[in-house]
Design a protein around this ligand. Structure first.
Ligand SMILES: NC(=O)c1ccc[n+]([C@@H]2O[C@H](COP(=O)([O-])OP(=O)(O)OC[C@H]3O[C@@H](n4cnc5c(N)ncnc54)[C@H](OP(=O)(O)O)[C@@H]3O)[C@@H](O)[C@H]2O)c1
Length: 305
């Protein structure tokens, strides 16, 4: 007899994490994952969300839809609030209407990085409006849904052409520098945890399948400076003979940013580990596995293939 599948609605389903969740869903046959993008389901529209109530009844909502650009949120605070806080309020209302469980991917940017590693019970002190709005949205979730699952995640890489984060942005910039004949490239020494969206998605669906509730943190097994990451990209793409990464103090980068971010933020994932649910790998092997994708052949020097 076929067991009934559990409906899982992923909002923001075409984004970095949402699309990885849709891909990793293939490994969870008991989950029926649907991941509509913004055009199909705009979370600012409470009525559009309510239209999913029958389908998601008794299942899960993984609420990925958000504005995630720190600078964009600072420039357009009202619009950012509408998406992040009001959108979350609407998604929470759907969960209550449908009796669905709620999983909220939270950003490590709710923290200021004053103490490291950052424990699960650390008090958030966001440095940017983005972090403030994400924390406000989290409080909307926990006030209305005490059983909700909040997963505070480290910074992402993933999604090839759709990667808007450091790895996605730095590769074409470094390639352009080489094309101009430059041989040295300066990168800051801010320390974060570059974590592959595919690993996060798999781990998130596993956590959800086990019914985890309350606050978790999820990140790759170690940490790296942005200069370390750039160095590893250069090695993986076969550029080592052409481009030298020169580490520069993190403050050289942070001074020019519109929204502040911590110069060091390393999450403790003690709760995941204690529950034997920490399936994250190190950032180096996952970055190499990611850069092995044919999408990156356009950047690779012949000798590395
Ligand atoms: N990126 C990170 O490093 C990171 C780290 C930790 C946690 N997180 C959290 O993880 C979640 C997913 O982030 P992500 O990096 O996957 O972001 P992303 O790639 O920007 O995905 C978010 C998606 O939400 C969509 N969206 C924006 N406004 C919407 C609306 N009104 N209704 C429905 N969808 C809307 C976006 O569509 P458009 O692109 O068309 O606007 C985008 O596809 C967010 O909650 C984020 O805070 C991210």
């Amino acid at each position: 007899m076929m067991t009934e599948r559990i409906p899982v609605l992923v909002t923001g389903g075409k984004g970095m994490l949402g699309s990885a969740l849709a891909l990793e869903a293939a490994r969870f046959p008991r989950l029926d994952v649907r991941a509509p993008g913004r055009e199909e389901l705009d979370v600012r529209d409470a009525g559009a969300l309510a239209g999913w109530a029958d389908w998601v009844r008794g299942g899960w909502i993984v609420h990925c839809a958000a504005r995630v650009d720190v600078e964009g949120c600072a420039r357009e605070p009202e619009e950012a609030r509408r998406t992040i806080v009001e959108g979350t309020t609407n998604a929470v209302a759907l969960a209550r209407q449908a009796g669905a469980r709620f999983l909220y991917p939270q950003s490590f940017l709710v923290y200021d990085g004053r103490t490291n590693p950052i424990a699960e019970d650390e008090t958030p002190r966001p440095l940017s409006l983005y972090g403030e709005l994400k924390y406000e949205a989290e409080k909307v979730v926990t006030a209305a849904l005490p059983e909700a699952t909040i997963v505070r995640m480290a910074g992402f890489f993933g999604g090839e052409a759709s990667d808007k984060n450091f790895v996605g942005r730095i590769i074409p910039v470094m390639q352009a520098a080489m094309a101009r004949g430059e041989t040295r490239f300066e990168v800051g020494t801010r320390i974060w945890q570059p974590t592959w969206t595919r690993d996060l998605a798999y781990n998130t669906l596993l956590l959800l399948s086990r019914g985890g509730s309350g606050h978790y943190q999820m990140a790759c097994q170690d940490a790296a400076t942005f200069a370390d990451i750039a160095h590893e990209i250069v090695a993986a793409l076969g550029w080592s003979e052409r481009l030298e990464i020169v580490p520069v103090d993190a403050s050289a980068v942070s001074g020019s940013e519109l929204g502040r971010r911590p110069d060091k933020a390393v999450l403790s994932c003690a709760r995941l580990k204690a529950e034997h649910l920490d399936l994250q790998r190190g950032w180096r092997p996952t970055l190499h596995a990611y850069l092995d994708h044919p999408f990156f052949d356009q950047y690779r020097l012949e000798s590395t293939r």
